[in-house]
Design a protein around this ligand. Structure first.
Ligand SMILES: C[S@@+](CC[C@H](N)C(=O)[O-])C[C@H]1O[C@@H](n2cnc3c(N)ncnc32)[C@H](O)[C@@H]1O
Length: 282
């Protein structure tokens, strides 16, 4: 009987877990094909003629919290202490404060963003219930974590950190994406759909260094980080963490809704949203 290879590992490709671990296929460089000087020149040319994926407009003029978690999110957060982990300039922190009576701690490593968040909260009249800090030791009822898991160098370590900031009956409400096999899963590298898989990491990083300066050699080195997260890999990380998945929803790309299902989700999902709760005893 044929001895099937067990895993698809291409240069830019994470192992594909579409069906189960036995159907992962061939080791080699199926994609991430276009590299070297040709790849670099082609990328440089295409990036000038393609609008790319630098600007996100999906939530423009709409509430990201409501789009992701539904209107019930406001009652879910009422009376709670909430950490907006990676709050940036505090857009969602302030929105939570405006819709609920929650006490909010906006946490971020960027002091410049936190300064803007303080101004935003004060102008919105909710400065008394919002604090914006780089560190906290207070334990919260809920951590809201928007658009970050695909950027962490070590998501498991971040989950450990978050567990330390939560009470035992608390939860994390998170969303992240696009994940790696989304047509624009390469974020700034997806200058057209799937460009991040078509070109080799070497060619993409050379192009990135030209554009942004610096010494970045791998996706993980880019500003803000990019860890090539897939949905399956996220589930695997949660399995190893102090949390369990209470619910996970893969929100389909609108045009691909008819073909979106458990088997196709890596390619058809626009964002993943989930609720994580601490495992008993952890
Ligand atoms: C992609 S932005 C998301 C901002 C905002 N939550 C939103 O949904 O628009 C990720 C944010 O996480 C912050 N961040 C990254 N690592 C962090 C860490 N270890 N602790 C706190 N914030 C972090 C970044 O500075 C950045 O502001």
């Amino acid at each position: 009987m044929a001895n099937f290879p067990t895993e698809l590992r291409c240069r830019n490709w994470k192992p594909l877990w579409l069906f189960d671990h036995r159907t992962r296929v061939v080791e080699g460089d199926l994609l991430g094909l276009v590299g070297g000087a040709v790849g670099y020149r082609l990328l440089s040319y295409l990036s000038r003629v393609s609008p790319g994926n630098e600007v996100t407009t999906a939530y423009e003029g709409r509430s990201k919290m409501e789009q992701l978690f539904g209107l019930s999110i406001w009652s879910e957060l009422s009376d709670k202490s909430v950490i907006d982990f990676g709050c940036a300039t505090g857009m969602e922190s302030v929105e939570i404060a405006q819709h609920t009576n929650a006490r909010i701690t906006g946490l971020d490593i960027r002091e410049d963003a936190l300064a803007k968040a303080r101004v935003r909260a004060s102008e919105a009249g909710v400065g008394d219930r919002c604090q914006f800090v780089t560190e906290t030791t207070e334990k919260a009822d809920v951590i809201v974590r928007l658009d970050a898991f695909e950027h962490f160098a070590d998501p498991l370590a971040m989950l450990r950190l978050m567990r330390g900031l939560l009470k035992d009956d608390a939860c994390i409400l998170a969303c992240f994406g696009p994940t790696w096999y989304h047509p624009l899963g390469g974020h700034g590298f997806s200058i057209f759909p799937y460009a991040h898989l078509l070109f080799t990491e070497g060619a993409l990083m050379r192009w990135y260094r030209d554009k942004s300066g610096g010494e970045a050699r791998h996706f993980g080195d880019v500003r803000g980080g990019l860890n090539q997260l897939t949905i399956r890999e996220f589930e695997r990380i949660i399995d190893q963490s102090d949390f369990k998945l209470e619910r996970l929803g893969a929100v389909p790309i609108r045009k691909l809704r008819p073909v979106a299902n458990r088997l196709t989700r890596e390619f058809t999902t626009s964002v993943v949203r989930c609720k994580l709760v601490p495992r008993p005893g952890h």
